[in-house]
Design a protein around this ligand. Structure first.
Ligand SMILES: NC(=O)c1ccc[n+]([C@@H]2O[C@H](COP(=O)([O-])OP(=O)(O)OC[C@H]3O[C@@H](n4cnc5c(N)ncnc54)[C@H](OP(=O)(O)O)[C@@H]3O)[C@@H](O)[C@H]2O)c1
Length: 304
């Protein structure tokens, strides 16, 4: 747990802190002894961006069975084909998972129960958009729905499955890594009661603020979820790739207006490459160990 690092949180939330991390902190080498032969992993939202790149990095180190989750079968088939072409002999399965739909999450976890083993899960799927939109089924605003409510449901259901499926009790425990963001340090979310009325309020809504708030809530949730588990049975952490270019975050919404003129050049100037951003996920799975349980792994180390 990283509560002893609380004093450093102020620095993390400053612009100077952000610039320093993005421009002057480099990934340490991952030892060549880190190998994944015989292991299996899930990466959600793996049809592109950081999900696809982290899938690639796991396969590069010998992962035996990868399950990529997507919300469109066709996108999943393309990603799986790409990965299998690059890593012949790897087993890559595609599984449908739509975080907009609770039934889809429950059905996905049911399928996971049938797996022989599940060593790692990277809950990477997430979204960001500038405009307010509600989920038709639940009525919640979609950033809140995807990044927080549905991701926490998935984590809550998946953690006991991973714990129970642990094959080798002498080996390191399974790791469930939920992808957050260091933008959470800049969240200004304040409420004394339920977060739902505040975050579902269309008048208050501001897209990027909602994104930061959703990631802060995700971190707070993970602290509590981790308290339910002994890190000797399963390690649960939050990993942060840092600002990364070359992904589709914001999607089509960032292809019009001022976004291509302002946001994209800033992300390109300050952002990490996909390979560097995704390498934090792999660190969070193997190098930060029990220390990362209930904590935030960012810049390849446990942070406040
Ligand atoms: N890029 C950054 O600078 C950055 C920084 C910090 C944290 N992150 C986090 O890193 C993660 C990956 O982001 P990225 O930058 O790689 O973005 P991305 O390229 O847009 O990838 C996001 C993935 O999530 C999937 N997804 C979105 N909504 C979903 C839903 N309702 N159900 C299932 N899957 C859904 C997308 O699927 P579709 O292709 O079908 O939309 C896509 O596969 C996110 O959690 C993001 O918040 C990114």
């Amino acid at each position: 747990m990283s509560s002893h690092l609380e004093k450093d949180a102020v620095w993390e939330s400053t612009i100077r802190g952000l610039l320093y991390k993005q421009l002057f902190v480099y990934p340490p080498d991952l030892p060549s002894t880190v190998r994944f032969e015989g292991k299996s992993a899930i990466v959600t939202g793996a049809n592109g961006g950081l999900g696809l790149e982290s899938s690639r990095q796991l396969l590069e180190r010998g992962l035996s069975h990868l399950i990529v989750t997507v919300r469109t079968q066709e996108k999943g088939d393309i990603a799986a084909r790409q990965l299998m072409d690059e890593f012949p002999g790897a087993r890559v399965d595609v599984s449908l998972l739509d975080l907009a739909d609770y039934d889809s999450i429950i059905a996905f976890v049911d399928r996971c129960r049938g797996l022989e083993r599940l060593d790692y899960a990277i809950l990477n799927a997430g979204m960001q958009r500038p405009n307010f939109k509600r989920n038709d089924r639940t009525g919640h605003e979609v950033i809140l729905q995807t990044n927080y409510i549905s991701t926490t449901l998935l984590a809550t259901l998946l953690a006991p499955v991973m714990k129970d499926q642990r094959v080798d009790r002498t080996a390191t425990p399974p790791v469930l890594s939920i992808v957050g963001s260091d933008t959470m340090y800049m969240s200004k979310l304040k409420t004394t009661g339920s977060v739902f009325p505040v975050m579902n309020d269309e008048v208050r809504f501001q897209g990027f603020q909602q994104y930061m708030d959703s990631k802060l809530l995700l971190m707070m949730f993970t602290v509590r979820l981790a308290e339910q588990y002994d890190p000797k049975d399963i390690v649960i952490n939050v990993s942060n790739p840092g600002l990364t270019y070359g992904t589709n975050l914001g999607g089509d919404d960032h292809k019009s207006g001022l976004a291509p003129l302002i946001i994209k050049p800033i992300v390109r100037a300050l952002g990490r490459s996909l390979a560097v951003g995704a390498s934090v996920y792999v660190h969070a799975l193997v190098l930060n160990g029990e220390e990362s349980h209930g904590s935030f792994v960012s810049d390849w180390q446990v942070k406040p």
